[in-house]
Ligand binder design. Structure first.
Ligand SMILES: [Zn+2]
Length: 340
């Protein structure tokens, strides 16, 4: 087999200090995400890099809503973090990998206002920067996994034996020194009050992870669905069968919770997912739900099958979006009912 064609080595005019090591990464982003991000990053006039944190690009998405774009440090997908400014407080959704002074950036953008820090879920691209903050909120089912990751060893997978980044030109000196922090688990429907009637609601939306959640900004009429409604791929991951709440890392659990947020579609106009294109419409939630229903009705009716060293991954097409990715054990909440 020839090595990856050069066409996979997709360049973007980046303002970020670090650079991806293109010799080491796999096909970096799916083509739709790449096309969207290249045009956004090279043409959006709000794009800027602040001296306090040169590792991320900041976009002004609305008045008082910032998209903070961090390139992947592990060769997987680049990630969006979001900062919302309310009258009295702010709220930061996710903390990235932990490179650069994200805390200093939030303080600068919010002009010193206090702010909540929340996680959509525990994965490295969303939560390895938690150590920069004193207290981080998440859905209560995600607490055990975040606690397990609360160690500087969680960064080991980003570096080789010589201390160089596995997929990014960096060393451990680029990371903010590790320290423990407080994790606060919250129930579905918990509200974060930013003052003046500006409330952000935690919406339980498991599937990608068992305690994954989205955040609903009713004032700005935006739903942030995390990784459970991204253009390109929505991956439902179950984890080990004996992991806490593993039954929620399933297509069935995602489907049930999607129906609840779809019933509230009059409360928001846009989705801002954590990877790839932003400002997708609420209809995408219905498209993901339709794909979930099709999988639940016939788990063997997949459109895509990929065998890798990590197992067999199946894919069901999502209308106008990409694939719902699942495995034989991440379909039903009764996980003994594995499909063939
Ligand atoms: Zn992610």
């Amino acid at each position: 087999m020839a090595s990856a064609p050069l066409s996979f080595q997709r360049d973007v005019d980046s303002l970020i200090r670090g650079k991806k090591d293109k010799s080491k990464i796999r096909e970096p982003e799916n083509p739709i995400r790449y096309a969207y991000m290249k045009l956004l990053r090279e043409k959006d006039e709000t794009r800027r890099v602040l001296p306090v944190d040169p590792y991320v690009e900041v976009y002004t998405l609305r008045k008082g809503i910032y998209g903070i774009y961090e390139e992947s440090l592990d060769g997987m997908g680049d990630v969006w973090l979001f900062l919302i400014e309310g009258p009295e407080k702010g709220l930061l959704i996710d903390t990235g990998f932990g490179i650069g002074d994200l805390k200093g950036l939030c303080e600068t953008l919010l002009g010193g206002k206090p702010y909540f820090v929340v996680n959509t879920h525990c994965h490295p691209d969303h939560a390895l920067g938690n150590n920069q903050f004193d207290k981080v909120y998440c859905h209560e089912f995600e607490v055990p996994k975040l606690q397990k990751n609360m160690t500087p060893k969680a960064w080991d997978r980003l570096f080789d034996e010589n201390g160089k980044g596995v997929a990014y030109d960096m060393t451990r000196d680029d990371m903010i020194p590790y320290r423990p922090y407080e994790i606060v688990g919250m129930p579905d429907g918990a509200v974060f009050d930013l003052g003046g009637g500006h409330e952000i609601e935690l919406v339980f939306l498991p599937g990608h992870s068992s305690g994954h959640c989205g955040f609903l900004d009713k004032k700005n009429r935006i739903f942030f669905p995390g990784d459970d409604c991204c253009v390109g791929a929505v991956a439902v991951g179950a984890g080990p069968p004996n992991a806490p709440y593993a039954e929620y890392g399933t297509v069935e659990a995602l489907y049930h919770e999607l129906l609840k947020i779809i019933a509230r579609e009059s409360e928001f106009e846009s989705l801002f997912p954590s990877h790839g294109p932003l400002e997708t419409g609420p209809a995408m939630l219905s498209s993901v739900a339709e794909a979930c229903k099709a999988v639940l009705d016939n788990p063997s009716g997949y459109d895509y099958r990929n065998e890798s060293p990590f197992g067999v991954r199946l894919g069901k097409m999502i209308y106008e979006s990409g694939y719902l990715l699942y495995t034989s054990r991440s379909v039903y909440m009764d996980r003994e009912a594995a499909i063939n």
